[in-house]
Design a protein around this ligand. Structure first.
Ligand code: SF4
Length: 211
């Protein structure tokens, strides 16, 4: 069992060392749509095209009425841009018509939106509504396992296990911290363990690199 004290230390070190997340917006609709765009897409592309899209269509009502082709054109070269354009338009329509233009602030309603899974919903809830939830994407899943905080096969399982292991005060921050840490140091392939500031707390390091 990982000690709370060690997790606290890791969080402190990460907060001091990890670069800030590049997408600054805390507006629920923007964060929601940007997260949909981000699936299988590089960050540089995601945030550039998201801003281009919101520059032309800032509100759910604007996007609902936008031609799908134009949305696709604006978010290109995001992966699966044509499918995402359709989803974005559908989401905008539902938010505008069923929720009076306001993104819901609970998991159940968010999960009803097309193309929105637990990760996306939890990103919106933690980042925009300050809710104590854990958004688990591939970075959070991979790094939590490498650190030895969990021993899991899927992001869903990781979310459940992290809720047992992590004190609640860390839940909403863990995604942004581990995402940025995963992009810079604890990369999917060839993690930079030699320069990692938390290696002394890492199970993977102890088992594979040390000595
Ligand atoms: S020591 Fe290596 S595997 Fe462990 S957290 Fe650091 S970069 Fe990741």
């Amino acid at each position: 069992m990982v000690k709370d004290e060690d997790i606290g230390k890791v969080m402190e070190i990460l907060r001091a060392n990890v670069p800030p997340h590049p997408y600054k917006s805390r507006e629920p609709f923007k964060v929601l749509i940007a997260t949909v765009i981000s699936q299988r897409t590089k960050d540089e592309v995601t945030y550039t095209v998201a801003e281009k899209l919101f520059g032309k269509y800032p509100l759910p009502r604007d996007l609902k009425n936008a031609p799908t082709d134009d949305i696709a054109h604006l978010i290109y070269p995001a992966g699966f841009y044509k499918q995402k354009a359709k989803k974005i338009k559908e989401i905008a329509k539902i938010i505008d018509e069923d929720y009076d233009g306001k993104v819901p602030d609970n998991l159940e309603e968010l999960l009803k939106l097309p193309g929105v899974g637990r990760k996306t919903a939890n990103i919106v809830l933690s980042r925009c509504y300050d809710k104590d939830v854990i958004a688990v994407d591939t970075h959070v899943h991979r790094i939590s396992n490498r650190l030895g905080w969990v021993n899991t096969k899927t992001p869903e399982e990781t979310e459940r296990e992290l809720m047992k292991v992590l004190l609640k005060k860390y839940w909403k921050d863990i995604n942004e911290l581990l995402v940025m840490f995963g992009r810079t140091i604890c990369r999917p392939v060839a993690p930079k363990c030699d320069v990692c500031p938390i290696k002394k707390y890492c199970k993977y390091y102890k088992e594979n690199k040390k000595g």
